[in-house]
Design a binder for this molecule. Structure first.
Ligand code: F6R
Length: 616
């Protein structure tokens, strides 16, 4: 949420920062800005409302020779979308320039304090309060030399409640860049005589694969090619340089018009990566090196609690069906944002699993912290190596799905479904799941990437179908058992990128209320892949059609659906029941994508949304 890019080195900073902002645009895209500092300590500030492209057009970046600068793409929290609320924010006496992600919770008190000391404000943002608070603390410091700068920043940040990832310039120290984090991700790319600070790796991979992950309550001081990291307590931190495993081309769209389209088509590859090294033929099971530290605990588990948000929450709901069925362990699935403020009983032998593509979702991180505070072991499933969730959990599994740049999750969701099905079988085999059942699952797992490729060939059919439904303003998504989370996910996709009122329900629940919505104006997207239950679903379809509702039905080839029983019939390949949801969601992903295109929506940057939600 909001993207930061800052640069210090030998190259011209402005084009490099703009390029980085463009790559981070999926984090926020209501306004953008850039601040540059020349060797004499003069600031040059450019800000504009709208996309980074609008900012890039507003000045000639290539002509600015400054080799130090900070940039930001915003997702508004405090204050509307205006130029004055865009970042960077300049302090009242012009000494500091700041870009900031996160929320300063005590900004009202700080603002009042500063107003009483004749500080004035030109924006509604908490960021402007923060930059002035930093300036105030700086002016209180005595002493000379560069040390005064981290000293003042430490003092200021200790007085702040809330979250921040920030990059800061000070007019008095023209060759110096400061960065700090608490709750908002920030990493530093280490190049040859240069450093690039960014909210995530997408802005860095085209320049260097060597990065340092800042941790909470750490700040970095960069001058020349030197980097010093210290804590808010002024303890020196020994930094560890890690390698990013994303290739530069992975963050580009290639021949695809949108990231979402690219990522839908990358699902076979993402699943192949999810399987790699996790199949154990000898034991007819799956194995995960990353969760070995909890091997003993996994055998004696009494209960599992999953915490996640959005699509990752839907994947966890799927895990509930699978783990309870195959491993017979009671499972609960919590919205991370609810779990953190609830007071659920957490008896012994309860393991908490947090699932997050980005590994940075603030609500999920807070649930993780709460689970640890209550003494639970916490396992993580995340796609981003080195992310906060990866670092703060006791053990975990990486998705290795590659960067997901589309705001609507697709390949990360199906890769989570796959890993969670594999975890269900792993836990089942640790208990009393039959050897042959384990083998049958592994066989299906090996064939899965091929079956995904087959399913992806449905795109043309679904894009034609989408034309017949794109004008509808509401829609129901219905499924039973393991296809109920798929119904929720299908509805979320359509809602978030095509702005259609879409709701997901268990199909039999329809008659308890949602049936009131059915009319010729409200079609239903129904998933059914269990032949034994099709007679029930058929009755539900008839109930819908009796009320003039149109039906788009997704089934496997074994479902005996007669011609004329529904308006549209999409057939996906058959696979193991634990993996079937992965194939079932693909038509709904394509449907949402094509309906959104037909409705003229910006698929990769849906309104009001941002990837990686790092505020509460
Ligand atoms: C929906 C979507 C969001 C995320 C949610 C959690 O398409 O992408 O609902 O799933 O914000 O994000 P992560 O998985 O990064 O924690």
């Amino acid at each position: 949420m909001c993207g930061i890019v800052a640069y210090i080195g030998q190259r011209r900073a402005a084009p490099l920062i703009l390029d980085g902002l463009q790559r981070l645009e999926y984090r926020g895209y209501d306004s953008a800005g850039i601040g540059l500092m020349d060797s004499a300590g003069s600031f040059e500030l450019h800000r504009s409302v709208g996309r980074v492209a609008a900012l890039a057009e507003s000045f000639e970046a290539g002509k600015i020779s400054a080799t130090l600068g900070i940039g930001h793409t915003r997702w508004a929290t405090h204050g509307g979308v205006t130029v004055s609320n865009a970042h960077p924010q300049l302090s009242c006496h012009g000494q500091f320039l700041l870009v900031h992600n996160g929320v300063i919770e005590n900004f009202r008190e700080l603002r009042q304090f500063l107003v009483e000391r004749e500080y004035s404000f030109a924006s509604d943002t908490d960021t402007e309060v923060l930059v002035n608070w930093i300036e105030f603390c700086y002016r209180q410091e005595s002493g000379v030399g560069i040390g005064i700068l981290p000293q003042a920043l430490r003092k200021a940040l200790k007085g702040v409640q809330g979250t921040y990832g920030l990059a800061l310039l000070c007019r008095d120290f023209p060759g110096t860049l400061l960065a700090a984090r608490n709750g908002s991700p920030l990493l530093i790319g280490v190049g040859k005589e240069e450093h690039i600070v960014a909210s995530d790796a997408a802005a860095i991979v085209t320049h260097t694969s060597q990065v340092i992950y800042l941790r909470d309550r750490e700040l970095a001081l960069m001058s020349g090619d030197e980097l010093q990291v210290s804590t808010l307590q002024a303890e020196k931190v020994l930094t560890q340089v890690c390698a990013i495993d994303w290739a530069a081309e992975e963050v580009q769209k290639g021949p695809h018009e949108h990231y979402m389209h690219k990522e839908i088509h990358e699902q076979a590859q993402a699943i192949t990566e999810a399987l790699r090294g996790h199949v154990d033929e000898r034991l007819a099971s799956t194995r995960f090196g990353g969760i070995e530290p909890l091997a003993q605990e996994l055998r004696g588990l009494h209960r599992l609690i999953f915490c996640a948000c959005g699509s990752a929450w839907h994947a966890c709901l799927e895990a509930e069906y699978l783990i309870e069925h195959y491993a017979r362990i009671p499972v609960e699935v919590e919205y991370a944002s609810e779990f953190r403020y609830r007071h659920p009983p957490l008896a012994r032998h309860t393991l908490v699993i947090v699932v997050s593509q980005s590994g940075e979702t603030l609500d999920t991180l807070a649930a993780l912290a709460e689970a640890k505070r209550r003494g639970c072991s916490v396992m993580g499933i995340t796609n981003v190596i080195g992310s906060s969730i990866a670092r703060e959990t006791d053990c975990g599994i990486y998705q290795h799905a590659g960067p997901e740049m589309g705001v609507a999750s697709t390949k990360a969701f199906t890769s989570q479904l796959c890993l969670l099905a594999m975890l269900a079988i792993h836990l089942g085999r640790l208990r009393d799941l039959d050897y042959d059942e384990g083998l049958a699952f592994l066989r299906a797992l090996r064939e899965l990437p091929q079956k995904i490729e087959e399913t992806l060939r449905l795109e043309q059919e679904i894009s034609e179908l989408a034309q017949r439904y794109a004008a509808h303003e509401q829609m129901l998504f219905l499924g039973r058992q393991t296809l109920f989370p798929i119904a929720l996910e299908g509805a979320l996709k359509l809602k978030e990128i095509a702005y259609v009122q879409a709701q997901g329900y268990p199909i039999a629940e329809m008659k308890h209320g949602p049936i009131a919505l059915i009319s010729e104006k409200c079609p239903s997207f129904i998933f059914e892949t269990q032949a034994s239950l099709f007679p029930k679903t058929r009755s539900n379809i008839q109930e819908i059609r009796a009320r003039r509702g149109k039906v788009i039905l997704v089934t496997t080839p074994d479902i005996p659906c007669d011609a004329g029983e529904c308006e549209e019939h999409v057939v996906v390949p058959k696979t193991h029941p634990a993996l079937q949801p992965i194939l079932a969601i693909i038509p709904a992903q394509f449907f949402a994508y094509h309906v959104a295109l037909l409705r003229g929506c910006d698929v990769d940057r849906p309104r009001n949304l941002a990837k990686s939600v790092t505020v509460e």
